[in-house]
Design a protein around this ligand. Structure first.
Ligand SMILES: *Cc1c(COP(=O)(O)O)cnc(C)c1O
Length: 355
């Protein structure tokens, strides 16, 4: 007899990771192309001598560092194996079977997966014609079964970002027992003053008695630690505690904790990199617009090319030029901003596609 697994897993979409092709330029996963800082590598190497010991399951030292940085008490934090895992913990902590989780679509690919695995129901609300969250439609889609709403800001894969007053007006329409999760994986690339710092926004909401706002951040993107899997949630104590309850003990490993702290020490250096990526983003978008592409304004470390039916052809064309982008067939392609010469290679491919 074959082992019985859950029948509903057959309908689960598989997470499609960005491809790595030897010799090709990888602009498919929104990673920072520059390698880890020497100071971070050194901290990891030093910590490697202690890996016979279990990690600190409570991530106490890192939690303290983040609490200081963000200006929140330590009980407002939960550390996880990347914000993907925190997304999963959030669903596990808020949803029983058939409860609903609402999110814009297209958005982060992991949302449907974590919701489905938890046995909850996903409600997808299409993006606007401008490729941004349709907050009116999202507010209208809330039902008595809704337990959580993901707001991805800036949105992956479109790069569009919501302004402070839009998010505030949305939260005002959400019942106070429904958790609004602002996923800020790309926060460090935001350069528009109208786009909120989610933690500051959450603090104001909490002060006004609305404790149903939480924020997700990650060390994977701007901090360059995608391979180590570490991120955090900032939330009211009972939400953070619920997250810690569904946490798999010891799952945030010791090297990730040390690397995260070394990255906080090197924050200034890392933010200089982010500003260079933002400058490249402006250049790349400008050149693509000049070539005739429609590119929504982006606040993340990637651009979105809404190519519709031409997406697959564009993807194959880029692959032939040894540039790996992230294609969503029939919708568009997401291209990470890399180092200037990587971006030049992509722009050359994009230019050749138009001629
Ligand atoms: C990349 C990304 C994350 C971060 O994932 P990690 O698990 O922290 O690596 C979270 N949310 C969105 C929208 C992302 O694009």
């Amino acid at each position: 007899m074959t082992v019985r697994t859950r029948a509903d897993l057959a309908s689960l979409p598989a997470y499609v990771p960005g491809k790595s092709i030897p010799g090709a330029i990888k602009l498919a996963s929104n990673e920072v192309s520059a390698g880890p800082l020497p100071s971070v590598v050194k901290a990891i190497a030093e910590a490697a001598t202690g890996i016979n010991r279990y990690p600190d399951s409570g991530c106490v030292e890192l939690t303290g560092r983040l609490a200081d940085k963000l200006g929140v008490p330590a009980d407002h934090l939960a550390i996880g194996c990347g914000s993907v895992t925190l997304c999963q913990q959030l669903v596990q902590a808020t949803c029983a079977e058939n409860d609903e989780v609402l999110f814009a679509w297209r958005s982060f690919e992991a949302y449907p997966i974590v919701v489905h695995v938890a046995g909850a129901k996903q409600i997808r609300v299409p993006l606007t014609s401008e490729h941004g969250h349709d907050l009116d439609a999202m507010a209208a889609a809330i039902t008595p079964n809704t337990r959580m709403v993901f707001v991805c800001n800036p949105n992956n894969p479109t790069g569009t970002a919501l302004r402070t007053e839009q998010i505030e007006a949305f939260i005002a329409r959400v019942p106070s027992d429904v958790l609004v999760v602002i996923d800020e994986a790309y926060k460090e690339f935001v350069d528009d003053a109208h786009i909120p710092d989610g933690v500051e926004l959450a603090k104001q909401q909490w002060a006004a008695g609305r404790d149903n706002v939480a924020v997700l951040r990650t060390f994977s993107k701007a901090y360059g630690l995608a391979g180590l899997r570490i991120g955090y949630a900032v939330a009211q104590p009972h939400v953070a505690e619920a997250l810690r309850k569904v946490y798999v003990p010891f799952s945030v490993n010791a090297l990730a904790q040390v690397a995260a702290m070394a990255s906080l020490d090197a924050e200034d250096e890392l933010m200089v990199r982010c500003r260079a990526i933002v400058a490249e983003r402006t250049r790349v978008r400008g050149e693509l617009l000049a070539m005739g592409y429609d590119i929504p304004p982006t606040q993340a470390n990637f651009v979105w090319l809404p190519l519709g039916e031409r997406t697959t052809a564009f993807n194959e064309h880029c692959l032939a030029h040894k540039v790996v982008v992230r294609a969503f067939a029939g919708e568009g392609a997401r291209v990470t901003i890399g180092e200037p010469e990587e971006n030049d290679a992509f722009l050359a491919a994009a230019r050749a596609f138009t001629s």
